[in-house]
Design a protein around this ligand. Structure first.
Ligand code: ADP
Ligand code: MG
Length: 696
């Protein structure tokens, strides 16, 4: 039996360890800087660094690294050892406060979206005091923010931290109106659910498309997919279970609260959920989770896929973000209360979120845009690209009743008075579930279901925090200047819901009628990445970011450029991979099979009277498809060439989305049909069946 409480966080320089290892004055100074976001004095930093080094060396570490999150979608690290030369032949282990607090990696090879041309190439990494250092692979990891010489954010962490500040500031204004002057901080809390596929590594290595792009670019449907619904919550296979146990142990050591695991809908698909945490920790932890999933999988001879749609015909992978706001005193602001007064506060925060999602639906959509998510949103396993909210009948009923000044009749509790001074008791269990909504209220939090499995959660969380901060700012402005708070509160809740209730949709978001209804309501349907991305830099959204100091105008423009460029590169890689696979593997495979058939046919003809209908039939069909294949391959080459030639980045992205994607789809149709005609022996790639059922 493992002692899990002892194991948990054992590789983290957390509060307990700090308290045990730091002199009291140093500990208190560090805690103060952590709480207030102020700089560490050099002597404090030196003392912390020294204690950290001693602790790390005891745990076997020899190196340290500033761990950061550039705009590549993955994390980066550069390792330094602790050694320092004494004389010419001796070393001692050293780690200074300066090295702990600040690093200086060369920023010139990370995406900066034009920020580099105006600013120096140097970049800085700065310790994020709110996230603890930890040890992995004999290395002390220091979570850091990454910015340019002049302080422009070059990562996903910095804007997230800024958005947390914005939300904190505005939410506390509201709380103050309700008499909670003692609240020192309001924090966004997030519990992410990570979906992934697990396949055999040997099979993975035989598929260039999986290696280079994370998804299969060709492959005919297997005889059995997910139609029998026998995988979801099914019993875990021994090999998968072994992987999961080791993964959990590694995560627990790093203080990542991995909690729930189960099989997902598609064959070979699984999910891991963590207990919620402050959003910046949840974001760091999610990065760590994804990295550990990959490395632990590797140890077990497995490959872990985070692409949003690795296989057509079966479900893709999402990353549900459960989001709420909590005070440092431990109150969840989206928890319906026990008294009418608490409920008024709850309803105000609730309409704040409704307003935020309605007004910034475009940004929320853009925040989940990845090339991969274009294949997932609106397919049958994920919400459409239209942002809407689910509140459930109960809560919608209450808000409708308040808005109409009427009575709301709860099923169990009869005839209650409505009005903010006499609000109904809101039953705790109002979670009639809706699995199809992109943004669903689930009792005391929202579940944002649009993000795809590969996306760092920092990006959508930054937008969500900022949008809600803005909604709360406007509500606080009105309420602070009210003569009679209570009556103004009632009308603010009423008017806000009235104005924004078009975003609330409690029915099936997967239905065919919803896009029409959404259009009637004036909701946006930004179907693809390229449709969604430009909203990042619209005047309305730039103003939002600038007002709350989450992005400067230059920063948000740089992000737009980086993301557009990333999309084009992703598609370029996909198209080139596909063309190569067809040329180097499919065509030779086809030729080999045809050659064998032709030999047989010739032999039969030479020896007179054998019936050769079968060979003749196969040969004819394959030859015909082969001609088609060449045509489609040429068309793909052409489409790639002309997309590459586009100068304007947005026009280029559109060319990739329109002509390159459709050329790939047409080529795939031919290849997939060929696969069904070929002999297994001559088909050069593992099939869908072989991949999806590769782990036993
Ligand atoms: P289910 O959706 O199956 O009912 P849970 O209610 O346990 O599951 O929660 C799902 C996820 O939501 C978990 O990751 C959980 O930690 C997270 N969660 C629960 N409460 C909050 C909260 N207040 N803020 C953010 N996430 C939360
Ligand atoms: Mg799920």
């Amino acid at each position: 039996m493992r002692d899990v409480p002892k194991l948990f966080g054992s590789m983290v320089f957390n509060d307990e360890t700090m308290q045990a290892r730091l002199p009291e004055d140093v500990y208190l100074a560090l805690k103060k800087s952590m709480a207030q976001g102020t700089h560490l004095e050099l002597d404090v930093a030196n003392a912390v660094a020294n204690a950290m080094k001693e602790w790390a060396i005891e745990k076997g570490a020899t190196h340290f690294t500033h761990w950061f999150q550039p705009m590549t979608g993955i994390t980066a690290e550069k390792h330094d050892s602790f050694i320092s030369l004494v004389g010419s032949s001796k070393v001692i282990m050293e780690f200074s406060g300066k090295e702990l607090v600040r690093g200086e990696p060369d920023a010139s090879s990370f995406p900066s979206g034009g920020l580099r041309s105006t600013f120096e190439a140097r970049g800085y990494t700065v310790w994020d005091l709110t996230s603890y250092a930890f040890i992995r692979e004999r290395t002390l990891y220091i979570p850091t923010a990454f910015c340019s010489y002049s302080g422009e954010a070059l990562d996903t962490k910095t804007p997230l931290l800024r958005s947390m500040q914005a939300l904190d500031k505005q939410a506390r204004r509201i709380l103050k109106l309700f008499g909670h002057a003692n609240v020192k901080r309001v924090l966004a809390t997030v519990g992410p659910e990570q979906e992934y596929f697990l396949i055999d590594k040997a099979v993975f290595l035989k598929r260039p498309d999986l290696i280079y792009t994370g998804r299969t670019l060709i492959g005919a449907r297997p005889p059995k997919g997910q139609e029998l619904e026998d995988h979801y919550f099914g019993s875990l296979k021994p090999r998968v279970l072994k992987f999961m146990h080791e993964l959990e142990e590694e995560l627990w050591k790093l203080g990542v609260p991995a909690k729930t695991k189960h099989n997902e809908v598609a064959p070979a698909q699984h999910e891991l959920a963590c207990i919620f945490n402050t959003v910046n920790l949840a974001a760091d932890h999610n990065y760590l989770t994804m990295q550990l999933m990959k490395s632990v999988a590797d140890k077990h001879g497995l490959a872990c896929l985070f692409h949003e749609k690795p296989f057509v015909g079966v479900n893709g992978s999402g990353k549900h973000i459960n989001w709420s706001m909590a005070t440092d005193t431990g109150i969840n602001l989206l928890e319906p209360g026990d008294t009418p007064w608490e409920n008024a506060q709850f309803l105000l925060f609730l309409v704040g979120v409704i307003k935020a999602v309605h007004e910034y639906q475009d940004l929320l959509r853009a925040s989940v845009a990845t090339a991969g998510n274009d294949h997932r949103l609106g397919a049958n396993e994920a919400p459409p690209a239209i942002v809407s909210m689910f509140l459930g009948d109960e809560l919608t009923g209450i808000l409708e009743a308040i808005t109409n000044g009427g009575h709301y009749e709860h099923k169990a509790v009869k005839q209650m008075e409505i009005g903010v001074t006499a609000l109904p008791h809101i039953p705790k269990d109002i979670t009639d579930r809706n699995r199809t909504s992109p943004f669903a209220f689930t009792g005391n939090k929202f579940e944002f279901r649009m993000p795809g499995a590969s996306l760092p959660i920092a990006e959508p969380c930054t937008v969500l925090n900022t949008a809600v901060a803005e909604a709360l700012r406007q509500l606080a402005d009105t309420l602070e200047s009210a003569e009679d708070f209570q009556s103004e509160l009632a009308s603010v809740i009423k008017e806000t819901f009235q104005k924004h209730k078009n975003i609330v949709y409690n029915n099936n978001s997967y239905s065919e009628t919803w896009p029409k209804e959404a259009e009637r309501r004036g909701l946006l349907n930004l179907k693809t990445y390229v449709d969604a991305l430009p909203v990042l830099i619209s005047p309305k959204n730039t103003e939002l970011f600038v007002r709350h100091q989450v992005f400067t105008e230059a920063e948000i423009h740089s992000r737009f450029e980086i993301l557009l460029e990333r999309y084009c590169k992703n598609l370029q890689i996909e198209a080139a991979t596909m063309a190569n696979m067809v040329r180097q593997e499919i065509i030779p495979g086809c030729i080999g099979y045809q050659n064998e058939l032709m030999q047989l046919l010739m032999n039969k003809r030479a020896w007179c009277d054998y019936d050769s209908t079968l060979e003749d039939h196969c040969l004819r069909k394959i030859s015909k498809l082969g001609a088609c294949l060449v045509k489609k391959l040429d068309a793909l080459d052409q489409a790639m060439l002309s997309a590459k030639g586009e100068r304007d980045p947005l026009a280029q992205a559109k060319a990739y989305r329109d002509s390159v994607c459709s050329a790939m789809a047409e080529l795939r149709l031919v290849v997939d049909e060929l696969e069904t005609l070929m002999s297994d022996k001559h088909w050069p790639l593992p099939t869908y069946g072989e991949i999806l059922y590769s782990v036993n």
